[in-house]
Design a protein around this ligand. Sequence first.
Ligand SMILES: Nc1ncnc2c1ncn2[C@@H]1O[C@H](COP(=O)(O)OP(=O)(O)OP(=O)(O)O)[C@@H](O)[C@H]1O
Length: 221
Amino acid sequence: MISLRNVNRVYPLKGGPFYALRDINLDIQEGDFLSIMGPSGSGKSTLLHILGLHDSAWDGEYYLLGEPVHKLDKKKRFDLQKKHIGFVFQSYHLLDDLTVYENLEIPLSYRDTPKKDRDSIVCDALDRFHIVGKKDLYPNQLSGGQQQLVGVARALVAKPALILADEPTGNLHSDQGREIMQLFKKLNQENGVTIVQVTHSVENASYGSRVVRLADGMIVK
Ligand SMILES: Nc1ncnc2c1ncn2[C@@H]1O[C@H](COP(=O)(O)OP(=O)(O)OP(=O)(O)O)[C@@H](O)[C@H]1O
């Protein structure tokens, strides 16, 4: 599903070029549940942003679902992202001027889901995440943990083939955190959704099927 070849992410700093990622070669198969681990500053989030097509200032080759991302223009990358990727990023904020319900509807509108089908899909998601009572509230009327739950619900609502998660349980209570990890595991095992998560937590990594470790921007064995 994903193949990175000799990917570098370099920041031109005053003291000289800084390699946030150096010569990354990585293959991720459909149905993998991969955890990216490593010390702070090792390049985990940088890698996830490249995989998620949020960042384009890298060099090397990136194939996603057979598409050569390194050759695609901005519009094609955006289409690929909207169609196939769900994000659970702590920094990937909900839209503040939309209600919980409207936030959940967005990924469906990107995928041209007919309006008549959207309502039942959004209601199912609200139900599944126990946030039915919050549907008309705005993100700033929710606690941090509730916002994160809505973020997870939004990432999953359009059934993406690939889920990218950056510390997906960061703001959640341990029970809620376990619930999210179990849901990820279920989506992975029963629906074949490919998941890549960045985590510092050995417990969270144990839900996945393999770990890639980064150190100083390089994959270490
Ligand atoms: N805009 C930038 N300009 C310069 N250097 C940057 C920039 N963004 C990130 N870096 C550097 O790239 C390196 C990797 O950062 P990244 O956020 O990917 O680390 P991380 O492994 O996700 O860390 P953490 O676990 O603390 O979130 C860090 O040394 C960081 O300082």
